[in-house]
Design a protein around this ligand. Sequence first.
Ligand code: MV4
Length: 449
Amino acid sequence: MFKKILIANRGEIALRIIQACRELGIQTVAVYSTADRDSLHVTYADEDVCVGPPASSASYLNISSIISAAEITGADAVHPGYGFLAENAHFAEVIQECRLAWIGPRPEVIRLMGDKAKARETAMAAGVPVLPGSREPLSGSEEAAEVAARVGYPVILKAAAGGGGRGMRIVASAAEIAAQLATASDEAERAFGDGSIYLEKYLTEPRHIEFQVFGDRHGNIVHLGERECSIQRRHQKLIEEAPSPALTPELREAMGEAAVELCRAVGYENAGTIEFLLDSDRRFYFMEMNTRIQVEHPVTEMVTGIDLVKLQIRVAAGEPLGIKSGLIPRGHAIECRINAESPETFVPSPGRLKTFHLPGGPGTRVDTHGYEDYVIPPYYDSLVAKLIVHDRTRREAIDRMSRALDFFVVEGIETSIPLHKRIVRDPAFLRGELSTRFMERFLKPKEPR
Ligand code: MV4
């Protein structure tokens, strides 16, 4: 087992990784920017190293600073958390070249799945359903028009180097396809340095359902069930839950099996997520793979009883998984992402937490780096806390969430708590009628009565 892990991250996930290390008896090294001197991940780690000024590009994304921090402190492994360098194949390579262990999948697999067009091809080759569309990136507007005519409009253009909603264009008719392809490709070239675009049939109101997968170095691959992540705004998830109210045990098994097959095809190691779209006829299609631990991993932990971060560390150290696919989800878990932002305009609201009272009690978990008098810096993402509840049924979990939100008191900044309180009392939410359009509908100005 590792002796000392460097955590190349900040905020709640850095704290979460420190907790897992403590339970495993592993020493920890925090890295921090000058804006994060007073952060809890610095306080709680055994050692800490400043890696640069506030801008992420100069600190949490500064590969040479982070490598130096690992060498100075004698760390033997690096956990990247999520965001920042977590899906940077080059970083993973450099870590391994420095004889440090990388707590994540092999760099080649990160690179392969980071190319969303190649990921789609890999899924097709593995027999995993994908939406009708192009096999490879489009050669030009002629091919785009051909493929679109074959699959039928509307279609969606996606940047191979994009992902998570960046660099997408919906095309309603043949009249627009050439112009849209040109803009999409230009944008992708400027944003990612790669203008490759692929095309899919566009589903207008799908659910976003993702499967937690895990592989070890001994060739074992399992899935740990799904998370329903349809409640999001501008590709930022707001609420996630497990299990999905849309899945039957049979569909869970079929989707889970597809997720495992794809992982098998690439020799996947460590934690990962296979994202699917589910249409109203309950057909599922592979969308993307995320090669990291995700923000919403706690809902899976609650319904499986498995500590996913400890498992990441164990399998990176060469231990076998020791668990099987097809666990039956135990009860129901829901997560609300509490952001430092206006609940109406979604404008970021950094600043001092003057009051910070957390809910608690049975089946209630809060993952946060916040504390009273902590100042949320303006430089990073706005997540301040994840409120996760667990209970026997979906309805009981929702009611527990509603009460927990009432007990969560934050003063000094604006948060998304008031928005969450409204969503969890919404009739369509209570009925489990979810889709990627949910928030659009929810936020639409209501008719005056
Ligand atoms: C789609 C789609 C409909 N049809 N692809 C958004 C994020 C990126 N991972 C891909 N996304 C979508 N791809 C096809 N062929 C709809 C979305 C989408 C979406 C997906 C998941 C969660 C929220 C979303 C919101 C808008 C669009």
